[in-house]
Structure formats: C-alpha cells, structure tokens
Design a protein around this ligand. Sequence first.
Ligand code: ICS
Length: 523
Amino acid sequence: DPAVIKEKILQKYPPKVARKRAKQILINEALENETPEITANVRTIPGIITMRGCTYAGCKGVIMGPTRDIVNITHGPIGCGFYSWLTRRNQTDASADGAENYMTYCFSTDMQDKDIIFGGEKKLEAAIQEAYDLFHPKGICIFATCPVGLIGDDIHAVAAKMKERLGDCNVFAFSCEGYKGVSQSAGHHIANNQVFRHLVGLNDEQKPGEYKINLLGEYNIGGDGFEIDRIFKKCGITNIATFSGNSSYDQFASAHTADLNAVMCHRSINYVADMLEVKYGVPWVKVNFIGAQSTAKSLRKIARYFDDPVLTERVEAVIAEELPPVMEEAAKVRPRTEGKTAMLFVGGSRAHHYQELFKELGMKTVSAGYEFAHRDDYEGRHVLPGLKVDADSRNIEEIEVNPDETRFNPRKSEEELAALEESGLAFKEYDGMIPDMEKGTMVIDDLNQYEAEKMVELLKPDIFCAGIKEKFSIQKLGIPMKQLHSYDSGGPYAGFKGAVNFYHEIDRLVNSKVWGYLKAPWQ
Ligand code: ICS
C-alpha cells in the first residue's frame, strides 16, 4: 500500500521536515481528467543528501557542454571544470572537413586563494587571450562558479572587453554560480537566455534541405542524437540545429531559419522554444524519441505539421521498415522481463521518457521522480499560469523577447495552426509525467539517499535507474542499477536502434544471477 510506504518514509524525519517532504511525495490517485498537485522546484532541506546538482552544472555541463567548437572556460576552482568535463558521455561528430572540437579539453582559470582575495578578473582575461591565441575559436563562453559571485568578479565586463579586443571571436558569459538557483534547472534557464541573446540569429543564410526543424533538448548522450539524426535523414527531414547534442556554433546561429521546433527535453530548453516562437514565429511541438512507439509517434507529429504527402509517405515508409523488427526484438525479450518493476529517478525528462521503453518490455514503473523539474513537467503545462514565483525563481532572469522587426515570419497562419490543432496536433503542449503513470504509483520529487534506500527496501524493484551518486549504494542492496544520465558505458537508447540496445541491456541486468548473492542490510 503506497500510503503505508509514504508513512514509513516520513516517520524518520523531524515533524517539520516530514511536513515538507510529504508535499513532494505523491501517491498517484488521479481522478479522470484531474492530476494531483506536487511541490517541485523548491530548496532541498539542509542536511538531506539530495541527488541534485548545481546551477553551474545545468548551464555549463548540460546546455553548453555538448557544443564542440565553442571554448567553454570555467572561471573557478579546478574541480568545477573537471567534474563537468564529459562525465555525461555527450558525444560529438567532428569528422567533417575543418570541424573543430574543443570538447576533449577542459578549460579553467584554476582559481586559487589569492584570486579569491584579490579578484580573478585579470586571470580570466589572460585565460581568454590564451585560448584565443591557441585555437582562434568562433566563440568563447565564460561560466561563473560559486566563488565568482561571492567575490564579485564582473565576468560580463571582461567578456565584452575581450570580445572587442579580439574582434573576430564572440565572447559572452553566464552568471551561473552554483548556488544561484535551487538546482541545475536554474542553469538551463540562464544558458538558454544567453545563447538566445548572443548567438541565435547571427547567421541568416538559408541552409539547403526541406522540412527544416530544430531538435531542442537532445544532448547526444551515448550517441542518442546520432540515431535520431539517422532517422531524420532517412525521412528527408532537415535538422538545422540540435540544442545542444552534437551541436556547433553555427547551428545555434542558424536556428531561427528552421520552420518547426521539436522539443524533446521540455525542462531544459522550453525557454528557447518559446523565445524562437515570439521573436521569429517558429512554432513548437513536444516530441519523444525514447521508445520505438514514441519515435514513430513523434515522426508522425512532425510530418503532420508540414502537411505534405511526400513527407508523410516517406515517414510512413521508414516506420513500416524500421518499427516491426524492433517490436519483434521486444517480443523476444518480453517473456524474461514481463511483469518486472522499475524505479526511475533522473533529472528532468528521462524519468518520464524512459517509462516508454520499460512499457515495451512489459515492465511497470512503480515509482519515478525528477531531481529538479517543475510542476509543469509533472502535471502538464496547464499549471503554468498558476505557478507561484518565489524568491529563488525570481533570482533567475526572465528576458523580454519581442517579434523581430524584419525577420519575424509566422510559419503557419492562425487558420492553419487552428486546423492542425483541430486535427489533434497540440502546439506548445506537454502533459507531464503523472498522467502517464498508473494509479497507485509513487511520484517523488528531489528524492534523497535515505528515501532511495528505503524505497528499494520496501518495494524491492527489479531495477533502479538513476545516476552515479546512487549507483553503488543501490547495487550494494542487491538491486541492479542502470545509469540513465551517462548510460554507464552503453547507448544509444533513442530511436529504433537505440530501443533494441535498451531491451538487451535491461534483459541482461534484471536477469543476472549475481544480485541474488548479495545480502542487503535488512536481510
Ligand atoms: Fe533534460 Mo543528467 Fe537531459 Fe534530463 Fe537534463 Fe540532466 Fe541529462 Fe538528466 C538531463 S537536459 S544531464 S534530459 S541529458 S539536466 S540525464 S532534464 S539530469 S533527465
């Protein structure tokens, strides 16, 4: 009984903490057409070992990290740069002629005590100059870490000064101090704002190709983006820019020339989707390429938008060719996975998206939650108008965007959009994770170490999915653990080929005999 489980988890806390956590632990008992309310995007209670990361991680590591030809300089102690350096296994393809790839380097000002005391601006200036002299990149981005905000280094002034001095290099900075928001999520927003302000729209050149889209919120972890691009190519869909897996400076600069934004990770990039729509007139739809059926559904969504029989036919042909063998593979694995249970605790999207792959294996997600997503990612975007702005969210800049005087160009007329909506294509819409989960399942926001272990003890799932901080504590409980941030050493798991990889990986994990030999502390 989930109510008893919730009670058992809360028992351990002091009353005040229990009251707060109770609002973030939700038993999914949605009535028809009604989603229960959860508390999200609030501070972690001090003393609790959260699964979350920091604002700098969300800005530098998540949004800007996967771009190969921008030099990303961390202004701060060396650890911040080091731990955000490719640990997420975001891949890139730099095989094209003249393509630059700086992702294999870790750039940092390596702040020392004396920089904290006397200021680090000169050191930052020197670092930008050194990076420029070595690589002559198109762009250099500067990222603030906690001490930078505390001592008051003006990274934006340094960036502006260096941009002017260098002449042919776009230098801009992010005030993404780790403590700036309650989680990584604030860093996404800060990154979205600055990329939109300083980079999107710089290249007006029309790229060749038909059916031009941007794929927003796909970070090419374990090569996911490569598989999605393979499918797009086969369908004849042109991907102008991915934000930001396998991306380049020029992709960002050209993003406003696409005719549709397909939003994969709603949490991290919805700001860019909204800004592109307001300034340039590009509509957006939600997609999900995790799960073979979801992939087919998302391709059909894109085809419906362009509303061209040529594209629709090609998309249907690709689905007819690629989907059946994937479902055959699922059917082969299913007898060994059917009825097994999973728990998914990942950042802001995957805890939802990966439930699709488990469904294809006949597995049930008994509990899931996000580290840092907002209420709209749980309950759907209809809650947006009612969201309270608190001191922490007010701390993150909202930039005002207006239609571009010369380049605003609505891709579809009001009537066309209305007709598409009528036919079932929802624009600017995301229904969130909760409505997709079965009744009686548990949805937990900002899960912590203690709760993770308690959940495993009480519900004994067949697999637990989270990140590196959880990996070994869970495995020591005798439960197989799959990292959904970095995919351990696996992937891709997106698209059609990725789904097959995932089926085999989960089959291997949940049916391994080794876990039975482990003794959990309660045994
Ligand atoms: Fe989006 Mo880890 Fe993405 Fe999501 Fe985001 Fe992070 Fe990763 Fe996780 C992410 S952008 S780094 S889908 S690629 S910050 S796995 S919300 S926590 S679930």
